[in-house]
Design a protein around this ligand. Structure first.
Ligand code: NI
Length: 320
């Protein structure tokens, strides 16, 4: 039996309505689920395509980078090759110039050796030279001796000494002596780099300008040490010596005199140092003996002129 009640009717209606709505909603749910799934599929496809795209772009960029690197590498190699070739040509040129210079110097040296002992323009000439000064103590004494004996010599002054005693250098010039350069700090030039050589020579040149109003026309390299680089930087005649008094080693008047007088010849350039008292004490005797032997005293430039030698930049002169 069916029991009818107000609430019972209402209950039945309610559930029917719910079921109806549910039926209608099922379609909606299905549509929504279908749309969601379609969305996921489409999204997935888009995502996949996008990823492919990105990877392709990255691949192209990578490819382009590799190509650019390859290109740069080729360019670099080409430049390196060119620089190498250029350097080789330069080195060859330098070697050839050095060879020519050595050959010319050898011929010149032979000519000088053949001249040893011969008179120059009917005269016996000798150039006394003094390095490493001026000294405030010994050089003025030497200058007095040279003045008394009327002898002209050549001083290869050291920059730092010239800086300390500019008045002594001015006195040397005023008395008619020749003053040339011996670098600023007496460094072995073969142990310096280009900038260091330039700095040393530049400082010495500047000092010469300040004290004497000119730069040295020639340089005597400390220790007689020279190489292609220093030769190129100095770009002046390099004046060495042909007779070494070894006065820095033997601080003995008789030994210094013997070393000079036993080796001297007409046209010789004699190396001594005006910073040693023993040397100053030896000079008077050396001058007297040489004068007695008929020698005349000249500066290195006068000797070169008398021999008809024009001094060249970068050439070595072991005597003139
Ligand atoms: Ni020296």
């Amino acid at each position: 039996m069916e029991r009818f009640s107000e609430t019972g009717i209402m209950k039945g209606d309610f559930w029917r309505k719910i079921k109806t709505i549910n039926r209608k909603m099922a379609w909606l749910k299905m549509v929504l689920v279908a749309m969601l799934m379609a969305g996921i599929v489409v999204g997935g496809v888009f995502y996949h395509l996008e990823k492919q795209n990105r990877l392709e772009e990255e691949r192209i960029l990578q490819q382009r980078k590799i190509e650019q690197e390859k290109k740069a590498e080729i360019e670099r190699k080409k430049l390196e090759e060119e620089a190498k070739m250029k350097a080789e040509i330069e080195a060859k040129k330098r070697a050839e110039a050095e060879q020519a210079r050595l050959e010319a110097e050898r011929i010149e040296k032979e000519r000088r050796i053949a001249q040893i002992g011969q008179k120059i323009g009917g005269k016996k000439l000798v150039a006394l030279t003094f390095d490493d000064g001026p000294s405030g103590a010994t050089t003025p004494k030497l200058l007095q001796i040279l003045r008394d004996k009327k002898v002209k010599v050549t001083f290869f002054v050291l920059g730092r000494m010239m800086q300390a005693y500019p008045e002594v250098v001015k006195w040397e010039v005023a008395d008619g002596h020749e003053v040339q350069g011996h670098t600023m700090y007496h460094s072995d030039l073969t142990k310096l780099n280009e900038a260091q050589i330039r700095a040393d020579i530049g400082e010495s040149d500047e000092l010469f300008r300040r004290v004497l109003g000119r730069t040295p026309e020639m340089i005597r390299p400390p220790y007689g040490a020279m190489n292609a680089l220093a030769r190129q930087v100095i770009a002046r005649p390099l004046m060495y010596w042909s007779v070494d008094a070894l006065d820095w080693k033997y601080r003995n008047v008789k030994t210094v005199q013997k070393n000079v007088l036993s080796a001297v010849f007409s046209g010789a350039v004699v190396l001594m140092h005006d910073i040693h008292q023993t040397t100053v004490d030896a000079v008077g005797g050396i001058i007297d003996v040489l004068r007695g032997d008929g020698y005349e005293f000249v500066t290195v430039s006068e000797l070169a002129k008398a021999k008809g030698v024009s001094l060249r930049a970068g050439w070595d002169y072991w005597g003139v």
